[in-house]
Design a protein around this ligand. Sequence first.
Ligand SMILES: [Zn+2]
Ligand SMILES: [Zn+2]
Length: 132
Amino acid sequence: MRCPLCNSEKFKEYNHQGVVIDFCHNCKGLWFDKAELSLYTSTGEDIPELEKVLSSAKKTEMICPRCPEVHLVEMNYHPDEPLLIDYCQNCHGVFLDKKEIVHLQEIAAKHKLTGIKHVLSKLKDDGFMMIA
Ligand SMILES: [Zn+2]
Ligand SMILES: [Zn+2]
């Protein structure tokens, strides 16, 4: 499997307490399969208000790591937030680059989504160092 952002093959599965995510050792991007991001964020849904944000989604050049030839779309994580994420409309996976995962944590604090604020610390505990 290749990283959708940098195309590196150093895009490896990583198991965190039963949740398998894919981490790129080259660009530090993260791929969450359907229903995985919500396990990290404890929001119940991977993308809150998915239908709203999908209505303004834009096709990217990035190819889904799970679906050959399917392009990811870029869209807001939340309608009220500028954070853009990359999403596969076919398998419903989500790609976040290393800056986006930090931004996600800030959104959590603002909206009091208590689960999300633990995302970064959980990932750090697991050995992911996102920020230079
Ligand atoms: Zn990468
Ligand atoms: Zn896909």
